[in-house]
Ligand binder design. Sequence first.
Ligand code: ZN
Length: 245
Amino acid sequence: MNKIRVVVWGENVHEQKSEAIRKVYPEGIHQCIANGLSVDETFDVGTATLRDPEHGLPQNRLADTDVLIWWGHVAHAEVADAIVERVQKRVLEGMGLLVLHSGHYSKIFKRLMGTTCSLIWREAGEKERLWVCNPGHPIAQGIKAYFEVPHEEMYGEPFGIPAPEETVFLSWFAGGEVFRSGCCWKRGNGKIFYFRPGHESFPTYRQPEVQTVIRNAVHWLAPEGARWVDAIPNVKVSPEGIRQE
Ligand code: ZN
């Protein structure tokens, strides 16, 4: 069986600049997420960061990527438009995209959604309870009726996204807000999943349930069929008006 080729893209800015964040993720958020994936032997996992040449996403690497995971926060504007273009093209061809937490405001997510992707937020380290909306969904396997993250940043509705094709998780926060925290879409031939938890100052990506959801999401996002290459052929017709192959 061919392995699912995963690239975890992390901005890697907070971890470099802030001692407090480095204490939570000394290995980097992207590497912590990658480590959580590596226990699944059907994955071939790599990482990429903003400061790598071409943000670690050169054409040939993206061409060989099945699922891209995106974590960004303070440096969305530094992501080159040419790379956003390139990632969007690969999603339309069939590459899966998992957008995490503050990636809701990344250029690539906003491009693929076509909406504001805005939300309300509060950083108070409060409890988040993620309810499973569809216990039969592949991304919810191994999760009970709900799970809790003890300390997280709050994201609340309204969330400026197009209505999800399926909502797998709905979050409730101790402050009373709710949020669509696990959302599925398809764009072209590619699947997209947005998963909310993962503020940089909390060790959320070390939590087993969160790691389970991310592994499940990678399986769900992996391309099912062939690549859809947008070749734009000029089709010939015979004098009778019949299409010629
Ligand atoms: Zn955050």
